[in-house]
Design a protein around this ligand. Sequence first.
Ligand code: SAH
Length: 220
Amino acid sequence: MRNTKDEFLHKGLRNKLVIQLREKGIKDENVLEAIGKIPRHFFLDSAFDKIAYEDRAFPIDADQTISQPYTVAYQSELLKIKKGDKVLEIGTGSMYQTTILAALGAKVYTIERQQALASKTKSFIFREQFPEVFFFFGDGFLGLPNEAPFDKIIITAAAPNVPEKLWEQLKVRGIMVIPVDESDGVQRMLRLTKKKDGMAKKESFEAFSFVPMLGGKETK
Ligand code: SAH
């Protein structure tokens, strides 16, 4: 069950979350505004209604998680979204990060490998507000060759490496934000900018902890 009413209480909690994210170092005002606007509790079971604005990851279906707001803000900031950017997201999960990207003005193509989660995208609550969000059930390691190239690519699961097919689908001067396995359960957030010669300019950021990026599709 979902609570899809946005009440005064939620708005207050969301404002507090924005203040916390600012204190933790998020600077992009557009990102903070999007987090302040999009009700996170819409993407969680109503059991989480009162805690949906804590800066924590929570369980969703198929043993996956909704990313922590700090992580969502951090990856969104690194992507430097411009209105109209064509963005590929790997790991739709709860659709929360997807919606934040859409609120930033991106046209979002998002892939999920868990059928239980992908099937829920049919009832995307922001469908009218954000018509340019496109959901795909499939293996994100393959990307979407028919929709490529993309201005930006975001991976929201722990990648073993930079998937070659995704790199190929990024435009020159495009940006990929990807958490890559570093050591036990910890990933390094990387921002890779594609240079004219196809090589990457690589920047390393904080360590994060994501669920693993896995190959193939899951239909159970
Ligand atoms: N952005 C999501 C994060 C969900 S957790 C949110 O904010 O809710 C990461 C998601 O990546 C999980 O749902 C997992 O099933 C998915 N995932 C992992 N490997 C994948 C792959 N190869 N292709 C597509 N999705 C993948």
